[in-house]
Write a new protein. Sequence first.
Length: 250
Amino acid sequence: MSWILAVETSTEWCSVALGRAGSDGAIECFSRHEHTGARSSSRVLPAVGEVLAEAGIRLADCAAIAFGAGPGSFTGLRTACGVTQGLAFGAGLPVIPVNVLMACAESARTGTPPLSPDTSVLVALDARMDQAYAATFCWDDGEWRMQGAMQVVGPETVAQPEGRFWIAGNASAVFGERLAVAAHAERVLPEALPGARAMVAIGLRALARGETIDAADAMPIYVRDKVAQTVAEREAAAAAKAAASIGGAA
């Protein structure tokens, strides 16, 4: 069966996995998932070498390389994309861009208890600048379908999906009660983060459908173009947060 290498550095975690589907449908996977902060760029290539050595294969034995295309940290997305392009060019492999928010939904789906067919997954990830990346996914006939578009919004304005839903991603832990929609979720899973293991599963399904691209065409997904707030915007956000805390204590 075909091996896929996956690289994910959109958050403060450096995540690398190498996996393939067995004859029983279960995924055999070797992985490294480490909290590296800003050091992902120095850790990712050694992690790739480690999982390849553990599996006893060469990079050229893989069928494709999947990477976390975004949304996420600008630097992290460029790291994953650049490393993937370099590896893919060197080994002559195609690549598979994976939506980071979808990877969060996949992490939630494969946990315990299992996701029921009539329950969607709202993914909300900390986007810094007092905002969250958000999107809703439904598991339909063995595939993820995104409902609507991805957004980057304040935690108070993350939209609630229709019907039953779970929340995945770290926004619930970062923003607490400010992520108001969390109060209506059946389950809140801040630990369901984007990881390379989830991207292997998504990538294998994409590979089976023939959905690969040339390494030269790989690009990050940016939901917003702005990298940082102005001083005035940071001061306004701090004032709004302070006001909200005072109001909550009243």
